[in-house]
Design a protein around this ligand. Structure first.
Ligand SMILES: Nc1nc2c(ncn2[C@@H]2O[C@@H]3COP(=O)(O)O[C@H]4[C@@H](O)[C@H](n5cnc6c(=O)[nH]c(N)nc65)O[C@@H]4COP(=O)(O)O[C@H]3[C@H]2O)c(=O)[nH]1
Length: 519
């Protein structure tokens, strides 16, 4: 037992662990996807903005070129001031002489020519790009410069500020296509704090988006991808939630499997898929030794539970409120299956068992009558067996029995002697026959019980009711019944067990052939 529990919990823990891993992986992959989408979106925005800035710088230098600006006279300065004023992202325009800026629109003639650095990038269209140049103006400014011949345009220091101020958790840069010159580089502080290094597994979520107009691309770098993107306590919280989810999912999964194999679930399926079927147990007249009728008995053969006792599955069907389907399925199929036999033998009867539902459902008897009429045999050929074990008020039973007889059906009191009935039943309920329960049949050798049965028999024969002994299993029981009363009906494994309709028909045909030969 202990070992079983240990294996059980070990297996369950394994399931929880697998679900946990799968969930973590899914969340991780979703986070990666989300980060990639976000970085791509950011790149699009940044590239569009960079193109606007570049276009303004190029237009400004082009316009100055067209106006032949190559000296620092007042006219030239006025012209470049007007041009600078037009473009938001152009901080200043300067005149270059011998690789040094001599005057600018904002500052006029500089006190000394400011030499441009030797370190620049030359674009295919002949622009020279300088990064973060300081010491040009008599103020602490560090600006990018775009130069064409003798005109230099200064990028406004705030041109990319909104992007830098976002404090993205990934790094980004704007680099020339050949990747040897970076205009902007932002190193996210979040990227430099690494609580786990995964670079050996995966390079990271990196994106690259290039301009169709200019020779540069926007790059984003994210080495702390997926779940590692977020801070430790958040990730820990996510792990905890996922762990709880894994427990819930594994519990739900186990409940589902358990429910799927539960008898309730399987019975529900069997009822809706019409997997219940009927068998028939012959009832014999002791006087003629002939089969005078059959009792229909419902059967359920389940793949998991095997052949389940009708007493058990009927009580489950009642509990899960599906008995009404069983009631109609059993009545309908036994009537349909036995119709040919009943039509050919007017005195042959079919006993059907009923429970509380049939007794309390107003339309059951009229529906039954309609079915019998449609099949073309007589209502008196149907015997309704009311078990004594039923817990329905006597008045209701009596009313049901009266209505049944009014429709032409016969009524039998089943399992007599075992249930809740008392002798009042015998007078208050209108019935045609009494079935003595097998508890009495099988103990007729017990003097006391024999005495009781004899008394019942005397009582019942006085009431002019047909007696049926059920559960006759051997010849001794049969002899004892015969000795007490030979004008009675018997049913039991000594004669026949319940059987499918086709087997019953074969037996009835043999019996008819024997009778014909004897006559
Ligand atoms: N030991 C022994 N048993 C014998 C012998 N001869 C017959 N039996 C069994 O005794 C039961 C007789 O049916 P019941 O008393 O109406 O008792 C029935 C009846 O109350 C109920 N039942 C069966 N079919 C239906 C149905 O279609 N509708 C309803 N409402 N109840 C049904 O389930 C009960 C049990 O049915 P089964 O298991 O089929 O059990 C049947 C039958 O197989 C015998 O010689 N020895």
């Amino acid at each position: 037992m202990y070992l079983q529990m240990k294996t059980w919990s070990f297996r369950n823990f394994g399931i929880v662990f697998i679900i946990f891993l799968l969930l973590i992986l899914s969340v991780h992959l979703l986070a990666i996807k989300d980060q990639r989408d976000k970085q791509n979106e950011f790149s699009k925005e940044l590239l569009a903005h960079a193109e606007t800035v570049s276009t303004q710088l190029l237009n400004a230098t082009d316009e100055a070129q067209k106006d032949n600006i190559n000296s620092c006279d007042e006219n030239s300065l006025d012209t470049i001031r007007k041009i600078t004023h037009k473009y938001l992202y152009v901080y200043d325009l300067g005149v270059v002489e011998n690789d040094a800026i001599v005057c600018t629109a904002n500052w006029g003639r500089l006190p000394y020519p400011a030499t441009l650095p030797m370190d620049f990038y030359r674009t295919n269209s002949g622009f020279l790009l300088y990064s973060m140049v300081s010491n040009i103006f008599p103020a602490a400014l560090e600006l990018d410069i775009t130069r064409k011949n003798n005109v230099a345009a200064f990028t406004a220091y705030f041109a990319f500020q909104t992007f830098l101020d976002r404090n993205e958790r990934f790094s980004f840069s704007i680099e020339t296509v050949t990747d040897n010159h970076a205009f902007i580089y932002y190193q996210s502080p979040a990227q430099s704090v690494s609580w786990i290094d995964l670079s050996f597994v995966y390079d990271g979520v990196n994106t690259k988006l290039c301009s169709n107009i200019y020779g540069y691309c926007v790059h984003t770098f994210n080495h702390r991808f997926g779940l590692f993107y977020y801070n430790k306590s958040f990730v820990l919280f996510v792990f905890l939630i996922i762990f709880m989810f894994s427990f819930i999912i594994s519990y739900a999964f186990r409940s589902y499997v358990y429910n799927k194999n539960s008898m309730e679930y399987r019975l529900r399926k069997a009822i809706f898929n019409e997997k219940l079927y009927m068998e028939y147990q012959p009832i014999i007249s002791l006087k003629t030794s002939k089969i005078v009728g059959v009792e229909s008995l419902v059967r359920w053969n389940d793949e998991v539970y095997g052949r389940v006792s009708p007493e058990l599955f009927i009580s489950i069907a009642e509990k899960i409120n599906l008995y009404k389907y069983v009631a109609y399925q059993t009545a309908t199929s036994s009537i349909e299956e036995m119709a040919s036999v009943l039509k050919n033998r007017e005195n042959f009867f079919l006993s059907i068992n009923v429970s509380t539902y049939e007794i309390t459902e107003e339309n059951f008897l009229s529906d039954l009558k309609k079915k019998v009429t449609a099949e073309g045999f007589y209502a008196h050929q149907i015997k309704i067996e009311i078990t004594e074990k039923i817990e329905v008020p006597l008045s209701m039973l009596s009313d049901f029995s009266n209505r049944a007889r009014h429709h032409g059906f016969r009524v039998s009191l089943d399992d007599f002697g075992t249930g809740v009935s008392n002798l009042v039943w015998l007078t208050e309920i209108n019935f045609d026959s009494i079935k003595i329960d097998r508890i009495f049949t099988q103990s007729l050798n017990d003097e006391l019980k024999k005495c009781m049965v004899l008394s019942i028999m005397n009582l019942v024969s006085g009431l002019n009711k047909q007696l049926i002994f059920e559960g006759v299993e051997n010849v001794d029981e049969l002899d004892l019944i015969r000795a007490c009363c030979d004008d009675t009906y018997v049913q039991g494994w000594y004669f026949f067990k319940s059987m499918p309709m086709l087997d019953l028909i074969k037996i009835l045909n043999v019996e008819s052939a024997d009778t014909a030969a004897y006559e």
